[in-house]
Design a protein around this ligand. Structure first.
Ligand SMILES: CC(=O)N[C@H]1[C@@H](OP(=O)(O)OP(=O)(O)OC[C@H]2O[C@@H](n3ccc(=O)[nH]c3=O)[C@H](O)[C@@H]2O)O[C@H](CO)[C@@H](O)[C@@H]1O
Ligand SMILES: C=C(OP(=O)(O)O)C(=O)O
Length: 419
């Protein structure tokens, strides 16, 4: 197992380029199942979750080849409709194969994803929607079995809560259903619009992706298509905080600033300078940020996937901040690790009060989930002395070559094999 060793205290400076979005690549690669042929998906990051997706698609019979940042996914040869526990347990998004398999083959058997470090994460909204489209669903031996005796049929589906995966899942399943589907109270994350654009490129008729009402006119079939995935807004946000927390001056290339408005406003409130021009976002950190409160919300609110990283920044703020997590019930795993750096944080219910300290000091810590790991890297960059982060396989799920990119900005960071 690899670990990261960081010697903190360097102001980051220079240029960094954002990779393709993990959270858009996953549903888009899975949507390729819907066409009987080969789609080429560009700007797909090299990440552990993407290798898991490739393995999952191959386990169904598809062929997946990578050339540079593009994946060619030939879903023509798919001959199995079962996604096993071994694959689904390592990546929750695997459950999204259920709808496309059901739509194309009339049946599917997919392991229940179960909970994970950040919460229980049920899929009731996904299943409610598939049932509304006419699927018969049974749960047995830890698997969801779905059967559609006839072609799925369009329906009006009102989500009880805002769910990104649920919205994506039903867009895929409804794309080839008979008639019209209307998704109400749909999630509005940019990755949903990206999936909608890819599906439309395949011949789907989807309007309103990115708003809370999505209208889908079912088509008879989808055809393979080429597509370029959007930039990763969470990776971009993480680099913004890396600049802010080190008092650095970093130019971030290839990001879409408009996807990160909520984060940008909060960073500016904290005293961070942000200038966006010609597709480049320049971020200059203050001597010391001010304490700022945040509440995580579905898009366009403050993203839960940036909560841990923002908390790392608040650990060295001048003043206190209250950070409320409203999306996942257990997304404060990083708190006990940040405390090892000397951070002053107390948790009450779904809120953490962070009293900024002047300096963090490097410490041995352990990564517990993807964004928690990113917060430890950020704290390590700001801390005095050396930080060792173990279990960084979590980080490799979502950040492409993070140590190389940070080293390119002057960070003293190296990956070593754990003995
Ligand atoms: C691969 C991917 O894109 N992952 C993102 C996606 O996860 P994911 O799609 O799993 O997140 P959801 O938006 O579905 O979950 C939001 C909340 O709804 C709950 N819920 C969800 C579905 C359901 O059927 N029932 C239910 O109760 C979840 O437990 C959670 O508390 O959106 C999250 C919220 O922005 C992000 O943190 C993840 O990075
Ligand atoms: C929680 C995340 O991913 P996933 O939904 O794949 O667990 C994330 O990207 O921060």
């Amino acid at each position: 197992m690899d670990k990261l060793i960081i010697t903190g205290g360097t102001r980051l400076k220079g240029d960094v380029t954002v990779s393709g979005s993990k959270n858009a690549s996953l549903p888009i690669c899975i949507a390729a199942i819907l066409a009987n042929g080969a789609s080429t998906i560009g700007n797909v990051p090299r990440l552990r979750d993407i290798s898991t997706t490739a393995k999952l698609l191959e386990s169904l019979g598809a062929s997946v080849e990578r050339t540079g940042s593009a994946l060619r996914i030939d879903a023509g040869p798919i001959n199995t409709v079962e996604a096993t526990y071994d694959l689904v347990k390592t990546m929750r998004a695997s459950v999204l194969v259920l709808g496309p398999l059901l739509a194309r083959f009339g049946r599917a058997r997919v392991s229940l994803p179960g909970g994970c470090a950040i919460g229980a994460r049920p899929i009731d909204q996904h299943l409610k929607g598939l049932k509304a489209l006419g699927a018969e669903i049974t749960l047995e031996h830890g698997y969801v079995e779905a059967i559609a005796k006839k072609r799925l049929k369009g329906a009006r589906i009102n989500f009880d809560i805002s769910t990104v995966g649920g919205t994506e899942h039903l867009m895929m399943a409804a794309a080839t259903a008979k008639g019209e589907t209307i998704l109400e109270n749909a999630a509005r994350e940019p990755e949903i619009s990206d999936l909608g654009d890819y599906l439309n490129r395949m011949g789907a008729k989807i309007e309103g992706a990115g708003t809370d009402t999505i209208r889908i006119q079912g088509v008879n079939e989808l055809t393979p298509a080429a597509y370029e995935v959007m930039p990763d807004r969470i990776e971009a946000g993480t680099f913004m905080i890396a600049a802010a927390i080190t008092g650095g001056d970093v130019r971030i290339n290839g990001m879409k600033a408009e996807h990160l408005d909520a984060l940008c406003f909060k960073l500016q409130d904290a005293g961070v300078e942000i200038v966006s021009r010609d597709g480049v976002v320049r971020v200059k950190g203050p001597k010391r940020p001010h304490g700022v409160n945040i509440k995580t919300r579905p898009y366009p609110g403050f993203p839960t996937d940036m909560q841990a990283q923002f908390m790392a920044l608040m650990c060295i703020a001048d003043g206190a901040s209250v950070i409320s997590e409203n999306i996942f019930e257990n997304r404060f795993m990083h708190v006990s690790e940040l405390q090892r750096f000397g951070a002053d944080i107390t948790i009450e219910g779904n809120s953490a009060t962070v009293k900024g300290v002047k300096k963090l000091s490097g410490a041995p810590v352990m990564a517990t989930d993807l964004r928690a790991s990113a917060s430890l890297v950020l704290a390590g960059l700001a801390a005095e002395g050396t930080t060792e982060i173990q279990r960084i396989y979590h980080l490799d799920r979502g950040y492409e070559r993070i140590e190389e990119k940070l080293a390119g900005l002057g960070a003293r960071i190296e990956r070593v094999k754990e003995s």
